[in-house]
Design a protein around this ligand. Structure first.
Ligand SMILES: Nc1ncnc2c1ncn2[C@@H]1O[C@H](COP(=O)(O)OP(=O)(O)O)[C@@H](O)[C@H]1O
Ligand SMILES: [Mg+2]
Length: 251
């Protein structure tokens, strides 16, 4: 099967720092790939260049046959790639439901014009979106939180909502930056269960995560990176036993 995402020899420097060093990686369709590595390894930079938040210096990124390398980030989002952030970027003074509604794509552009010209169409679309948002929350087991303000939720619940917003975008490739770091075990379990169910619904995940146990449980494949390079790659068990990985995580 063709890879969903093909990253070819990508380089990215910040002044003197080499953040990505001739980095290549293929992400298969409907897979869950974990990316581990010490702080400063270049993991978040990888997400930043895939999503067009930062330009790459050289190399290519191909998504479903399209070259993303010079595309602006809004076009990359439209092509079907969404991400979460280490700092969650939710609108904390709004409800969970409204955060999800904001994440549905392609509403804003046509919205004002349609409000004047086709008010009935807008109402119908709003009703549909509400239904879709509630279905998504139910799928994730958090429907009872729909009307709560995000600021009143625990950090773990907020991480779940940021995953829900990422899914609400309708993207097929989801890049999650530390989806379970720093939250309690029962919430970790809930988030992993949601992620695990989604490849069969056509979703592909790349997950940066410090919680190695979580990565080992949910991922099909794991990449260990350091200093912008891929040091090890394989199934979770083989990467766990790679000497470079053992050294990095026992220190
Ligand atoms: N926007 C930026 N400006 C300057 N340096 C950056 C920037 N983003 C990342 N870096 C540097 O690039 C390296 C990789 O960072 P990052 O991708 O955030 O690592 P990780 O997510 O693996 O901890 C680090 O040395 C970091 O300081
Ligand atoms: Mg990071």
């Amino acid at each position: 099967m063709k890879p969903a995402l093909n990253i070819k020899s990508v380089n990215k420097k910040f002044d003197g720092t080499v953040a990505l060093d001739d980095f290549s990686l293929e992400i298969p369709q409907n897979s869950i790939t974990g990316i581990i590595g010490p702080n400063g390894a270049g993991k978040t930079t990888l997400f930043n260049v895939i999503t067009g938040f930062l330009p790459l210096d050289s190399g290519k990124i191909i998504y479903n046959g399209k070259n993303l390398s010079r595309m602006p980030s809004y076009k990359i989002a439209r092509a079907g790639i969404a991400r979460t952030f280490q700092q969650l970027r939710l609108i904390t003074r709004m409800t969970v439901l409204d955060n999800i509604l904001l994440s549905f794509q392609n509403q804003a552009g046509e919205y004002l014009k349609n409000t004047f010209l086709f008010p009935g169409r807008v109402k119908k679309q709003e009703r549909k979106n509400r239904e879709k948002a509630n279905e998504l929350l139910a799928f994730m087991g958090i429907e009872e939180k729909a009307g709560d303000l995000v600021e009143d939720l625990s950090y773990g619940q907020q991480k779940m909502i940021s995953l829900a917003c990422c899914l609400a975008s309708g993207a097929d490739l989801l890049l999650l930056d530390e989806p379970v770091a720093g939250i309690n075990p029962s919430m970790i379990e809930k988030i992993l269960m949601v992620i695990k169910k989604l490849p069969e619904a056509g979703k592909t995940f790349v997950i940066i995560e410090h919680n190695i146990e979580a990565v080992m449980r949910v991922c099909d494949r794991v990449i260990f990176m350091d200093e912008g390079k891929k040091i090890a790659e394989g199934d979770p068990e083989s990467v766990r036993h790679d000497p470079a990985v053992i050294e990095a995580y026992l220190e």
